[in-house]
Design a protein. Structure first.
Length: 585
């Protein structure tokens, strides 16, 4: 193989400056690549991939034009009249279709990772879509360029181009890119892909390329499936064993007030806000003025929406199966207990994120469910699986109007409503904080506070005797790397604020006036919320025996630090309370 490479290299020196080599093996592939890059810079959604092609195109396209101009000037000077379209044809084979597996390998990996939000037909559709799109630069364009003798050279660059695109999301995760990547790193990787692919074809190692593509495609999903099976086996429980379900049995509640759970994404108590330099005490005073009781020491067992709210609706640290969407979609322990108690259940959201991979189990839900194919396609072309990539998003106005409609439509049957606002929301979680991360969070916080006031004014006006719960689902991720600290930070660097920033949750409850709720509101973690609510509804303190063990087990969020019963274990504040407020005698 090395001997063949040396022979080819000497061959190149002899013919590299000949018209029959430069035009089909350099200029035509460069021209095709320039078209690909220009088209991508115009058609792709804003994000990491488009930002790269815009910058790369600003160098590649002028260089390609200059190369063509100089080539034709040289032809004129040397008075050469080549026949560009009678070159010897590269022999394309049906076996070349195997090369499509190389750019499709990352696509298959994304499908497996997101299997919980894709149906079988959606997975097939997504794979077929990228098969078709990948075939254009790898098969179709090279076929059209056969008469120029540039088929294999164009195929090599098309292969590198498509693989770079489908692999960009993985690169973004590895290098913590958000919206814009590091151009020099991207350029080195892209040029490396192009050079390797081009050399493979020039050296006639096409069979080896096909073998590699097939091997890569087969082995990568196998390892992915193995990892997924290991992760899923740890969460496979039977929810009929849930302590709250066992304690309630078939009984009917003593009281049946309407219950509203209003969650504002990444909303935290003012103690944590002050750690960012934000003072939100006026909003807390506003809630107290409306009769809310605040629970300033509450935290969650999860650091993300699904990890938190799935466990809240299962009143357990378990998900009861592999699909974490099940509970937030309305088929959790809590919603089923409400339906057993003859409650009508409502789920109102600004996107259909909460119904991904599982049909709505609420009696009424908003918005409807749409296909996940468009979402994942956009993510792949964006080059980043961003947390804020829109699912089937509705306007904020439509979201508020739907909530207001339900707030105003009080029926004879008791109702439970879960509404989850997308404000203030957390940081972009790429692994690197943006320079204005806290400032933009504060702006979103003001929007959340305004929306909260509108919600509460409407609910209290229409249903003053309801149980109204205002909560955050996790922290906003504004410290350290604005994401999971993992191994990036040593445990000795993790502070109280870092833990609050991931697991802290806001909680305020407006219990019905003149009620004896104090006997039942024993809440340590947010996952205790509905255990306390059901204890109140059934007027039975024994239900509090179902309280969740208040131990954070997903410690990679904060480099191994955990919290047990409100006390930090590990890090700078080892042995101290997670929250200071409310701990003084």
């Amino acid at each position: 193989m090395l001997g063949k490479f040396s022979k080819w290299l000497m061959d190149v020196f002899k013919r590299v400056w000949t018209v029959n080599f430069i035009f089909p093996h350099v200029l035509v592939p460069l021209g095709a690549l320039s078209v690909y890059v220009f088209s991508s810079s115009k058609l792709f959604p804003a994000g990491v991939t488009k930002a790269f092609f815009v910058r790369f195109g600003s160098y590649l396209i002028p260089t390609t034009i200059l190369a063509f101009v100089m080539f034709f000037i040289l032809l004129g000077i040397r008075k050469i009249k080549p026949n560009f379209f009678n070159a010897s044809h590269d022999k394309l084979s049906a076996y070349d279709l195997v090369l499509l597996l190389l750019p499709l390998t990352p696509v298959a990996q994304y499908i497996l990772i997101n299997n919980d939000i894709l149906s079988g037909s959606e997975a097939v559709l997504l794979f077929c879509l990228f098969t078709l799109l990948s075939s254009i630069p790898i098969v179709v364009i090279p076929f059209l360029l056969q008469r120029t003798g540039a088929a294999h050279s164009a195929m090599s660059l098309g292969l590198a181009f498509t693989f770079f695109i489908t692999n960009m999301a993985s690169l973004s995760k590895q290098f913590s890119w958000h919206e814009v990547g590091r151009f020099k790193i991207q350029l080195m990787i892209f040029c490396g892909f192009c050079l390797i692919a081009w050399l493979f074809f020039q050296l006639k190692w096409i069979n080896l390329a096909r073998l590699f593509a097939a091997f890569f495609f087969i082995t990568n999903p196998i390892f992915q499936l193995f990892a997924l099976n290991n992760a899923q086996s740890a969460t496979d429980f039977d929810r009929t064993d849930n302590p709250l379900v066992a304690l309630i049995g078939a009984r009917k509640p003593v009281r049946t007030p309407n219950i509203y759970l209003l969650v504002y994404d990444a909303y935290v108590p003012n103690e944590t806000m002050l750690g960012y330099g934000i003072d939100n005490h006026l909003q807390e005073e506003y809630l107290k003025g409306l009769g809310f009781k605040l629970y300033p020491q509450t935290y969650s067992l999860g650091g993300s929406t699904l990890l938190t709210m799935s466990r809240v609706f299962n009143a357990s640290p378990s998900f009861y199966g592999n699909n974490r969407w099940r509970a937030v979609a309305g088929d959790g322990v809590v919603q089923n207990l409400f339906e057993q108690a003859q409650y009508e259940t409502y789920g109102v959201f600004p996107t259909d994120f909460f119904f991904r991979g599982y049909p709505s189990g609420y009696g009424y839900s908003f918005p409807g469910h749409a296909s996940s194919v468009g979402l994942l396609t956009k993510a792949i072309f964006t080059g980043e699986f961003r947390f804020d990539l829109n699912f089937d998003e509705v306007s904020q106005e439509a979201y508020f109007q739907e909530k207001e409609r339900i707030f105003s439509a009080i029926g004879e049957s008791p109702m439970f409503l879960y509404a989850h606002s997308s404000f203030p929301s957390h940081a972009q979680t790429s692994g690197v904080c943006l320079p204005n991360e806290v400032e933009t969070f504060e702006k979103r916080l003001r929007i959340a506070n305004k929306g909260m006031r509108l919600d509460l004014e409407s609910v209290i006006k229409n249903d003053p005797n309801a149980i109204i719960i205002v909560a955050g689902d996790h922290g906003p991720h504004l410290t350290k790397n604005c994401s999971i600290t993992g191994t990036q930070y040593d445990i000795s660097e993790i502070s109280r604020l870092d833990v609050q920033d991931r697991f802290g949750t806001f909680l305020a409850i407006r219990w019905p006036s003149s009620s004896d709720f104090e006997d039942y509101d024993d809440i340590t973690v947010l996952q205790d919320l509905f255990i306390a609510v059901f204890a109140y509804l059934y007027q039975d303190t024994t239900l509090l025996e179902a309280k969740v063990e208040p131990v954070i087990i997903e410690t990679d969020w904060v480099s191994g630090v955990t919290v047990t019963n409100g006390v930090i274990e590990g890090g700078i504040n080892d042995g101290e309370a997670l929250f200071i407020e409310g701990n003084s005698p």
